[in-house]
Ligand binder design. Structure first.
Ligand SMILES: CC(=O)N[C@H]1[C@@H](OP(=O)(O)OP(=O)(O)OC[C@H]2O[C@@H](n3ccc(=O)[nH]c3=O)[C@H](O)[C@@H]2O)O[C@H](CO)[C@@H](O)[C@@H]1O[C@H](C)C(=O)N[C@@H](C)C(=O)N[C@H](CCC(=O)O)C(=O)O
Ligand SMILES: Nc1ncnc2c1ncn2[C@@H]1O[C@H](COP(=O)(O)OP(=O)(O)OP(=O)(O)O)[C@@H](O)[C@H]1O
Ligand SMILES: N[C@H](CCC[C@H](N)C(=O)O)C(=O)O
Ligand SMILES: [Mg+2]
Length: 495
């Protein structure tokens, strides 16, 4: 593709220099530039990509995209917003790959990863080649690829979708975070179905208020249907959780057909007769294509919501309810989501990824339903993230647990002890006794203490890091896996 062809995709772009130059690839990181690449300068939250033009040129960049005219001999495309320009260019450069497959996007505060895995299982069982992109990994065509966040930057997203299309992937199910929507990472991606799981407090460091957070999520639904491709039918679906009050707002934002799912409110796909045990969850579902009894091997009412979202999306892909039931019942669980750690101990140990007040409350409610003895909770809160959720999570942990071990999650650049104190402020506000909780900054030590104190019949819940196999402290990434640490501690414990 030539520089002037890319420039022509962008409204109001100014091209300076030779537009006839051929581009072999796009890059937004100077450290990845190869000869023939076009380098996109992104004004970042920590550094400004415009500073790296010389480095990019030295590595062989043949053109740049920037937000102000720069002193360089390379052809340059000057745009108002290079992050948004990157979405449009990446989509064009990779030949609108999302238009070549069924795209299902899942947004919401909690449940995105779980819902995407359920949909992937259903579609794969139909022999539909399916790709998955999300927090744990990206996988398609029998290969797994690591991801560094929940939703990739537009350039990586379009590159991956292009590769999926080339490998015959017919359907892609992906998580769409609010950061991604705000930054235009999925702009131009042709979603057929957009799913909303729920909205509760998180990321207020980034979105400032719940109204702003909701408005950003709303963009995902208002943009649905903006991309009309000649390859596909134009029908689009907004799959909304009828029990979450934000859904009414999203319904007003979208031109797509709204299909609802829920438990408490009337919905197109509705569950009833829910019963939860330590082994799984049963429910009856009534849909616009029949009724079924479903026995999930995953616990928790919240997983009924995730299953309902998956059922609705799969029905819209014309999968029969009987097949959906078979697929859902085969899923043993998702890595790090209410995952049991079993090393022969006489008490339960559960690792879960709850890292929001709502997520923690849901998992603790579920644990309390089947705990015979006490509930001992180990959790912390990530650094450089929403501080206001910390005291709330402290209160929730204490409300449902006999003992709470407040510890570090990923402190990142913050002082771990100060994060613990933010959580403790919530405990103090609720007058929680010092006998009921302990602050132990070292996560391994906190897990060890909880397991040491567990008696037969108790449940030890280790929340916040789920599938993560690392801990970020300062600028350093340490190996750390709650499941591995818990097993080591259990095996070292004398009975
Ligand atoms: C707030 C946010 O989204 N930040 C993302 C953003 O970082 P940034 O703007 O700070 O980038 P930067 O480091 O300042 O660099 C600016 C530019 O200079 C370039 N650069 C930099 C150095 C160099 O030598 N050469 C060079 O070219 C960089 O490649 C970049 O293009 O762009 C980076 C590169 O793509 C991302 O890695 C980074 O995600 C950070 C790590 C992050 O923590 N993001 C989280 C908040 C996030 O997006 N989370 C959501 C999930 C949330 C949820 O739902 O729970 C997600 O979708 O992952
Ligand atoms: N539908 C739901 N409603 C509320 N809480 C949920 C729901 N599904 C899962 N959870 C809780 O939230 C945690 C995270 O679940 P999951 O990873 O599926 O969410 P996510 O939206 O992908 O999170 P992230 O924003 O980090 O990508 C789970 O471990 C569980 O405790
Ligand atoms: N997607 C979430 C993950 C949080 C996981 C938790 N372990 C943490 O590090 O805060 C975020 O980036 O806020
Ligand atoms: Mg996720």
């Amino acid at each position: 593709m030539k520089v002037n062809e890319l420039s022509a995709c962008l409204a109001a772009a100014q091209l300076y220099g030779d537009g006839d130059v051929e581009i072999t690839d796009l890059q937004a990181d100077s450290r990845r530039v190869k000869p023939g690449d076009l380098f996109i300068c992104l004004p970042g939250h920590t550094v400004d990509g415009h500073q790296y033009v010389t480095q990019a040129a030295a590595s062989g960049a043949v053109a740049i995209v920037c937000e102000r005219k720069l002193e360089t001999t390379l052809p340059q495309i000057v745009v108002d917003d290079s992050r948004f320009a990157m979405s449009v260019m990446s989509n064009a450069f990779f030949g609108s790959p999302s238009s070549k497959m069924r795209m299902i996007g899942v947004t919401g505060t909690n449940g995105k990863t779980t819902t995407t895995y359920l949909i992937e299982q259903i579609m794969q069982d139909q022999n539909i080649k399916t790709g998955l992109i999300g927090t744990i990994e990206m996988r398609y065509d029998g290969q797994n690829y690591p991801t560094s966040g929940t939703t990739p930057e537009s350039l990586e997203l379009q590159r991956s979708l292009h590769d999926m299309a080339a490998k015959g992937v017919q359907c892609c199910v992906m998580e769409v975070s609010s950061h991604a929507i705000q930054q235009g990472r999925v702009k131009g991606t042709d979603f057929r179905t957009a799913i909303f799981t729920n909205l509760s407090q998180d990321h207020l460091d980034y979105h400032h208020t719940m109204e702003e957070y909701r408005a950003v999520k709303g963009l995902f639904f208002s943009q649905l249907g903006n991309v009309i491709s000649p390859w596909k039918e134009e029908r689009k679906y907004a799959v909304l959780n009828a029990d979450d009050e934000a859904s009414a707002y999203f319904a007003t934002q979208t031109a797509a057909e709204v299909i609802t799912y829920g438990i408490d409110s009337d919905a197109n796909v509705r569950a009833s007769q829910i019963s939860i045990s330590a082994k799984g969850t049963f429910f009856h579902v009534r849909t616009f294509k029949g009724e079924a009894d479903i026995s999930l091997r995953m616990v928790g009412k919240f997983n009924v919501y995730n299953a309902l979202a998956a059922i609705t999306a799969a029905l819209l892909e014309d999968v029969s309810l009987a097949d959906i039931k078979t697929s859902l019942e085969s899923v043993a669980g998702v890595s790090g989501r209410v995952e049991s750690v079993d090393a022969g101990q006489e008490f339960a140990v559960i690792v879960d990824y709850a890292h929001t007040p709502d997520g923690l409350e849901n998992v603790l409610r579920t644990v309390c339903e089947f705990a015979v003895g006490r509930v001992l909770t180990v959790f912390g809160c990530g650094g450089d993230r929403d501080r206001t959720k910390r005291p709330l999570m402290g209160k929730i942990a204490a409300k449902y647990s006999s003992l709470v071990f407040v510890t570090s999650d990923n402190p990142r650049t913050e002082d771990p002890l100060l994060i613990l104190r933010d959580i403790e402020a919530g405990l103090e506000e609720d007058g929680v006794s010092h006998d009921q909780y302990e602050l132990i900054a070292d996560r391994r030590e906190a897990i060890r203490k909880a397991i040491e104190m567990a008696s037969p019949g108790d449940v030890v819940l280790i929340a916040g890091k789920g599938h993560e196999t690392y801990q970020l402290i300062g600028g350093v990434v340490h190996d750390f896996d709650d499941r591995v640490v818990a097993k080591e501690v259990i095996r070292g414990r004398s009975y």
